[in-house]
Design a protein around this ligand. Structure first.
Ligand code: SF4
Length: 353
């Protein structure tokens, strides 16, 4: 027995307030019998992990134009996919994307499996993503709990346990609300409600379809929930990046190892990144000059301060690491964000020389 009923109120709200997104089949289209394409649902859910809807929009459109189905993506060159992914961050996702597409083609005849458990068996698909694809693409009554849903549920039930310890409790409560009818629309309605009405700082309770049953609203503590355990401070690591260009404009770049941070991505050669002062590690002997500006970038587990050294390299330079990419083939947009920041700092310094 559910202690709080939200189903018809929430779905009724979703029927008129659903956000339009390039990967979404809206409630009116669903009622007209249009089914979501599992490839597009999967691709959007992988892109949306750790990334905002606004940031994903352009990437999703470019990916689906270039690779319109899972077979096309499975046949793509790794370097092309990584370059198209550049800037979205969390690059292990792009490598897993390719592995998953190839598994779907090889093991499932190019069709995504339609249950949460079978989806969980694919590379890069964890509990959340499997539930989201099962619910949205296949209307399986899987419980989908992202940050937006956690917030709505914590408020609806006035859960005061701080996150992340509250996660199991919130998942259990969210599961009680998952309907057998329209579970895909329910999952998307919860996400939309959290993103547009039950927002983190100032929930718009007067516009909320759940205001009549929401415990946190009644108690006057909506904007205080969900509570969070204090965050640990991130350590600061340091490093040196070397921007070497030849007189013909070719750039010295290296592809990072497949495993680890920024795995498989192109970047400027550099030192290790550590909390101790970095050791110089030029990829080739040259008159390296350090720029006055440094690059700051924050990864999930640490902040990075990157000093930037630049040099014009001789035409016959023979580097220990990396290779020269001719000026006409070098696209800064193919670099991950931290390496693009290095490029921008070096370009600005050249422009003011
Ligand atoms: Fe969130 Fe307010 Fe709606 Fe409760 S009533 S779910 S706090 S927006």
């Amino acid at each position: 027995m559910r202690d709080i009923g939200i189903g018809s109120d929430l779905l009724g709200w979703y029927d008129t307030h659903a956000r339009a997104m390039p990967w979404r089949v809206g409630p009116a289209e669903r009622k007209a019998g249009i089914r979501p394409d599992p490839y597009r649902v999967w691709l959007s859910e992988v892109m949306l992990q750790q990334t905002t809807v606004a940031a994903v929009d352009g990437y999703f459109r470019r990916f689906t134009t270039r690779w319109p189905d899972v077979g096309a993506l499975a046949a793509a060159e790794d370097a092309d996919v990584l370059a198209e992914w550049a800037g979205l961050g969390y690059y292990a996702r792009a490598r897993n994307l390719l592995k998953c597409a190839r598994r779907v083609v090889q093991d499932h005849g190019g069709r995504f499996p339609d249950t949460r458990d079978a989806l969980l068996d694919l590379p890069g698909i964890g509990t959340y993503t499997a539930a989201a694809i099962a619910a949205i693409a296949f209307d399986e009554p899987a419980t989908v709990v992202d940050g937006n849903v956690e917030r709505v549920i914590a408020r609806l039930h006035a859960v005061e346990t701080p996150l992340p310890a509250a996660k199991p409790e919130l998942t259990t409560l969210a599961a009680r609300h998952t309907p057998r009818d329209r579970p895909g629309d329910h999952a998307q309605a919860m996400m939309d409600l959290g993103a547009t009405v039950c927002t983190p700082r100032s929930p718009r309770c007067t516009e909320c379809p759940l205001r009549g049953t929401c415990k946190a609203r009644t108690m006057g503590i909506a904007s205080e929930l969900p509570r969070r355990a204090p965050k640990k401070t991130k350590p600061v690591r340091q490093g040196i990046a070397y921007v070497g260009l030849r007189a013909d404009g070719a750039a010295l770049l290296e592809r990072r190892p497949d495993s680890g941070l920024l795995g498989g991505m192109l970047g400027w050669p550099g030192s290790d990144w550590s909390e101790a002062a970095p050791e110089a590690a030029p990829p080739v002997p040259a008159d390296w000059r350090e720029l006055p500006s440094e690059v700051r970038h924050t990864f999930t587990h640490f902040h990075l301060l990157l000093r930037v050294r630049t040099a014009i390299l001789p035409q016959d330079a023979n580097p220990d690491r990396g290779e020269f990419v001719p000026a006409g083939q070098f696209r800064p947009g193919d670099l991950p964000t931290v390496m693009r920041k290095v490029h921008d700092v070096a370009s600005r310094a050249r422009a003011t020389d």
